[in-house]
Write a protein that binds this ligand. Structure first.
Ligand code: ADP
Ligand code: MG
Length: 249
């Protein structure tokens, strides 16, 4: 955490799809080493916000700085986009592993193609991260041979092979059977403990309370509540957050 500049700064960002205003002026920041849980009802803009952070979506207005890269402009040059994609890892609900590649091949592809690592280097790197998520013995398995929890752990390990400085998680456990959620949260908890900067869209409130530093509650495209995770989740100020939290129980 020796870099004092926040990992992500967003000021009054707006995003529409056609006439549908999805983000209506969102402001906040994510510090280095901070874990931020983004919560809110379906359709409130959580995924859109996360996707703006790695330029899968382009904001319409406002200011957005991610790891020192200015994403406020309508165009970002190729080099900046390349830097951004290397520095910001993303994990999706549906894992997005390549089905025709083994676990090892899934993990070594980007380090070889994007970082220019040799096959040996990238294999060593993959081994390291597979070990970390407890799946070293699955290196030659295909995704279809893995459980959902294992697939998601591979997806996280694959992201880590790029040595990202920020990790974005969009409902990483929402597609999993309940008994597989814990193993994925455990990997994320470990990452958080190691100081990774993380933005996590989640409905796992216990996890958010224990692991996140900050919570952002989005409601219909605005930040309705924001603050320390424990405060926001144990002492919600608005009826909307109270209702939202009670529905999850
Ligand atoms: P959440 O992740 O909170 O459920 P999203 O950010 O996915 O919400 O979506 C917010 C709103 O934006 C929804 O109404 C959704 O249908 C709409 N939306 C998201 N992506 C697109 C898109 N690419 N084109 C049109 N509408 C979209
Ligand atoms: Mg979503």
């Amino acid at each position: 955490m020796n870099n004092p500049i926040p990992a992500i700064i967003f000021e009054n960002i707006e995003k529409s799809f056609g006439s549908l205003k999805v983000l209506k002026g969102i402001t906040g920041e994510i510090k280095r080493g901070e874990v931020v849980a983004v919560i809110g009802s379906s359709g409130c803009g959580k995924s859109t916000l996360l996707r703006c952070f790695n330029r899968l979506e382009t904001i319409n207005s406002g200011r957005l700085m991610v790891n020192g890269i200015n994403l406020s402009q309508p165009t970002v040059n190729y080099n900046q986009l390349r830097q951004l994609r290397m520095q910001v890892g993303m994990v999706f609900q549906q894992f997005n592993l390549f089905p025709h590649l083994t676990v090892l091949e899934n993990m070594t592809l980007a380090p070889r193609k994007v970082l220019g690592k040799t096959p040996k280097e990238s294999t060593q790197l993959a081994g390291l991260y597979l070990e970390k998520v407890g799946l070293f013995d699955k290196a030659s398995a295909y995704p279809e041979q893995l459980s959902g929890g294992q697939k998601q752990r591979v997806a996280i390990a694959r992201s880590l092979c790029m040595n990202p400085q920020i990790m974005l998680f969009d409902e990483p456990t929402s597609a999993l059977d309940p008994e597989l959620v814990g193993e994925v949260l455990q990997v994320m908890q470990q990452l958080a403990a190691e100081g990774m900067t993380m933005a996590i869209v989640t409905h796992e409130m216990q996890f958010a309370k224990e692991v996140a530093h900050q919570v952002i509650f989005l409601d219909r495209g605005i930040v309705a509540e924001q603050g320390s995770a424990y405060e926001v989740l144990t002492n919600p100020q608005s009826d909307r957050l109270r209702t939202f939290l009670s529905r999850l129980k």
